[in-house]
Ligand binder design. Structure first.
Ligand code: ATP
Length: 227
């Protein structure tokens, strides 16, 4: 009897991923593996190439060369499949400030074609997950920054993605809001989701993440355990 089992498919795998903006290389030959179930920290200073990488993984930006796969799906040739299994939270995202919290999430649920009968329950579930149940009827513009960030996270959870790409989700938050955000991410990891989170502060992620990668000027300089 053969004992050879196929190796598990990584949640994220990039090979030689490169991106130029004009003549400038923002990302150079990035080889990165994120395993399923990781809460993975993607660290780099301003301009290191974090957003460029996450945008490529989210299918919003084409690489100049190299490949990237999400759960085995190529982000260029199989972009539709990738969009169904990821939730991408950009570093700057708009919230419709005049909308109510539930209205906003219901709208995105409809965009993902969640049937009307299921949507109320789905919206309630994600609100509970991010600790915003009490703000259901609130106008978004009246929420604190931390609450708006959590609402942004609720939005990317609405279609129950397996993998989350979060671009500096804790930036601009006060220490308490930061701790709340980190606790939610740990809960999502416990639920079995794979999460990659970018930050320019290593210390912010060292207690949260099981593995990290550090990039500088578009090149990977370390990947492995936080220690
Ligand atoms: P930050 O922490 O400041 O968000 P980052 O690590 O996310 O930085 P990127 O936004 O990926 O870095 O930027 C990498 C490099 O590419 C930077 O030098 C940036 O100026 C450049 N860059 C990013 N987007 C563009 C663009 N649309 N056109 C030209 N250059 C760009």
């Amino acid at each position: 009897m053969s004992t050879d089992a196929a190796p598990p498919i990584p949640a994220i795998q990039t090979i030689g991923l490169t991106r130029y903006y004009g003549q400038m290389a923002a990302l150079t030959s990035l080889d990165l593996i994120v395993n399923r179930g990781d809460l993975f920290g993607f660290i780099g200073s301003n301009g290191a190439g974090k957003t460029t990488t996450l945008r490529i993984l989210a299918t919003f930006l084409a690489p100049s060369s190299g490949t990237a796969k999400i759960l085995g799906h190529d982000v260029v040739t199989d972009a539709d499949a990738v969009r169904h299994i990821i939730g991408y939270m950009p570093d700057f995202f708009g919230v419709y400030k005049d909308m109510e919290v539930t209205e906003y999430l219901d709208f995105f649920g409809a965009c993902y074609k969640i049937p009307t009968a299921q949507r109320e329950r789905t919206v309630n579930d994600v609100l509970e997950l991010v600790g915003l149940t009490e703000k259901k009827g609130a106008i978004i513009g009246a929420l604190s920054r931390g609450m708006q960030q959590r609402l942004g996270l609720a939005r990317v959870l609405i279609h129950d993605p397996q993998l989350l790409l979060l671009d500096e989700p804790a930036s601009g938050l006060d220490p308490r809001a930061r701790i709340e955000m980190m606790a939610i991410l740990q809960e999502l990891q416990r639920m079995g989701k794979t999460i990659i989170i970018s930050s320019h502060i290593l210390s912010e992620l060292q207690t949260l993440c099981n593995r990290v990668a550090i990039i500088e000027k578009g090149r990977l300089i370390y990947t492995g355990p936080v220690q």
